[in-house]
Design a protein around this ligand. Structure first.
Ligand code: CTP
Ligand code: CA
Length: 228
């Protein structure tokens, strides 16, 4: 891909992107986590910057270098990610929820490190985290805001994606076909972009930056349509 040929079609556009994976504390040294590297979210940030956007990244446990020119807010847990998104979203024209947000958190995070003191280990009781994507989609700070969600599906990818798009209420849903060594920790992805208006755009196996650019193409159409 020749980045020099990219249009500055996101100039003046304020973009909020979540990236990485949340960690839900069990005690001060342990957590429930996931394998998200933050590469896809950071690719969204870098491609948006290249197309002229103003970018804020809410970054959950990502070890990649900060995208040059972005404002980066670091968070750990889903609760912290939610707080940061609720604080940052009012200025955003586009919100991209690329982070892998934990569905569940331990009900109690122990104040001290849990010890294997000879007794039987206790099960970790879990509570469900609020669905941040559904919350920001269904109760928007302004009506022209474009909200992009993600889904990782292993089967009936389009069917599950459609249901998820409707349930969340976002404008676009980027569906990852996971399994067979794809998605987590890899440099390539295979995705379909589902739109609330019913259209589907298939993106063949591509680098994450190219996937991000294809999704930005869909976003730009919506931002422009709203403005005209
Ligand atoms: N998401 C979120 N808040 C959560 C969980 C997920 O905002 N508590 C967002 C993710 O950032 C992603 C989208 O929701 O953009 C879909 O995540 P996914 O895990 O595929 O969907 P879930 O609704 O959690 O459904 P599932 O039971 O399949 O995990
Ligand atoms: Ca989930």
């Amino acid at each position: 891909l020749n980045r020099g040929n990219l249009p500055a079609d996101l100039r003046g556009c304020r973009v909020l992107i979540t990236a990485g994976g949340t960690r839900e504390p069990i005690d001060p040294v342990r957590y429930l986590g996931n394998h998200s590297s933050g590469r896809q979210g950071y690719a969204f940030a870098e491609t948006a910057l290249a197309r002229g956007a103003e970018v804020t990244v809410v970054s959950a446990n990502v070890t990649l270098p900060d995208p040059a020119g972005a404002t980066v807010r670091r968070v750990g847990s889903a609760a912290e990610l939610r707080e940061a998104v609720l604080q940052e979203r009012s200025g955003a024209d586009v919100i991209v929820m690329a982070a892998a947000v934990a569905d569940f958190r331990p009900v109690n995070s122990a104040e001290g490190k849990l010890k294997k003191d000879g007794a039987q280990p206790q099960p970790v009781a879990l509570a469900q985290n609020p669905d941040i994507l559904a919350e920001i989609s269904q109760d928007r700070t302004h009506s022209s805001q474009v909200v992009v969600g993600f889904a990782a599906e292993t089967e009936d990818v389009l069917g599950n994606g459609r249901s998820k798009l409707a349930a969340k209420g976002c404008d676009l849903l980027v569906v990852n076909r996971v399994g067979e060594g794809r998605a987590f920790g890899t440099t390539d992805n295979q995705v379909a972009v589902l739109s609330a208006d019913g259209s589907v755009a298939d993106i063949p196996l591509s680098e994450k930056a190219d996937i991000a650019d294809r999704v930005w193409d869909s976003v730009v159409e919506r931002v422009t349509n709203d403005a005209s």
